[in-house]
Design a protein around this ligand. Sequence first.
Ligand SMILES: Cc1ncc(C[n+]2csc(CCOP(=O)(O)OP(=O)(O)O)c2C)c(N)n1
Length: 454
Amino acid sequence: MTTRPAYPLLDRIQTPADLRNLSEDQLVQVCNELRDFIIDVVSVKGGHFGASLGVVELTVALHYVFNTPYDQLVWDVGHQAYGHKILTGRKDNFHTNRIHKGISGFPKRSESEYDTFGVGHSSTSIGGALGMAVASKLKGETDRQCVAIIGDGAMTAGMAFEALNHAGGANTDMLVVLNDNCMSIDPNVGALKEYLTDITTSHTYNKVKDEVWNLLGKISKFGPNAQSIAQKVENAVKSALLKQSNLFESLNFRYFGPVDGHDVERMVKVLQDLKDIPGPKILHTITMKGKGYKPAEEGSPTVWHAPGLFNKETGEIIKVVPKSPQPPKYQDVFGHTIVELAEKNPRIVGVTPAMPTGCSLNIMMKAMPDRAFDVGIAEQHAVTFSAGMATQGMVPFCNIYSSFMQRAYDQVVHDVALQNLAVRFAVDRADWQVPMAPRTTVPSTSPTSAASRT
Ligand SMILES: Cc1ncc(C[n+]2csc(CCOP(=O)(O)OP(=O)(O)O)c2C)c(N)n1
């Protein structure tokens, strides 16, 4: 029999109201216990791991500062929301995570009033939170705060930018927390990633920005006029320092950060300040996937994204050995075959929307880096980009997980099929071994379940 570890503060938190009754100097301990709890349960039950550990402080700070569930937190993808679930009444059920009849591995509206928006597919949080913010205003609930929490990977999708464009144009009161850990499941890709790294590593910018921030804190206490002067000073200093307009500011979002997302006390202070600032705002936090668990910090974040079961003392990942010999996995056949074919045909190219390890295109990316493309979490673009290459006589193989392909139906029809373009689709994770009915008998821990796709 195992003895359950004690979580003295966490055990007292049934709802975020209990968290808000604690003093600020107890929050570090809450974070430590929350992290331990996630490690204890996920190591023996499985599930997503690195992302939830990375947002422990952010999760605690958000529920501490905002009046949830009245204030709306919208998590993007939702694979990082374990801490949120544990703080919102699901700690005792957390061991049933992703099990048939247990709690969902993602936020789910029918499960809790704290789960404001059902997720699983990425990059919906800003649009969802914007809809909530606009609705709150129309209903006269002007004190209600709406917050989207989105990763740097999810931020690469068109949907995220469509929502930023809308929110900035409408000057909506909302906060976007950009949780930047430089990772998608694999390392994040693209120009946005470079841009975020530039902002994060600019020492001059960060030093002056801190001074401006402190000054602003002082000035804003003298009322709305002082606040608008302070805002002008801040904007002028920021754009002078960046020597170019800030991407988010040019979309009419006020950009704050970067801040250390693992400093819970600082996060509380920053979020409290931001609460009082109207209009669209973005807070750029820097975090680390797997934070606080050494094997994950030192190992591959891709492996620790969803490692399966592991020995929490040693960090050894427990390999499940099948009882009978299994056929090779679809993705392995795909990954090796495309390289084999591409060696013979120089026109063959490979495309993945942010799943190079999952679909094994990473084999081709390594062997032929100029002919294999990770385009970010952008299924629609992956299809249209492949179609563009096909018009030029290239032979694109576009690998997309079946459920994420839902995002790109129009592109498959409009950009590929109607133009009769030769794009080869490799549709991965299509549940071929799961019986169609009765669906309820399939445990959600099945290796091909929806949860394991993400
Ligand atoms: C439309 C869609 N495509 C692909 C995925 C698979 N997926 C799940 S999490 C993830 C990475 C998300 O990265 P980020 O937003 O930076 O969050 P992090 O895991 O780094 O915290 C991806 C690609 C998905 N959930 N939805």
